[in-house]
Design a binder for this molecule. Sequence first.
Ligand code: DQA
Length: 146
Amino acid sequence: MRLLVLHGPNLNLLGQREPGLYGSRSLDQINSDLTARARALGAELECFQSNHEGALVDRIQAARGQCGGLLINAGAYTHTSIALRDALLAVDIPFVEVHLSNVHAREPFRHHSYLADKALGVICGFGPASYNLALEGLVDHLRASS
Ligand code: DQA
């Protein structure tokens, strides 16, 4: 089972960026933990981060036919990007939306997601553990539906 995790803008600064909100773990630490967990679940995980909307669209398009499921923390693009929504719909790959923070307990502009209604599920508010929970949910779903 091949899976992809996509991280959007500013997530390369995890560990340094607003640690009270996003925690002290770096993106590299989160990715290596997640990769190990995926391996233990029998899946192969690729990680990709970009600050650029088009690069994320390109990576989603390249995943077509190559990967069985996606985790995506689109960062601020969650709340703005019809292009990411369209790309995810175009490739027809099941995905889970992930956020470290509880976006619903924050500013009103973070309450809307352009992705959530098309996601298998949304996990937010558990810090880096949000990714682990999303991974387990995604793998369970893919196993049950194969
Ligand atoms: C975030 C929440 C977004 O609103 C914000 O723009 C981010 C990070 C999160 O993981 O909590 O960049 O996606």
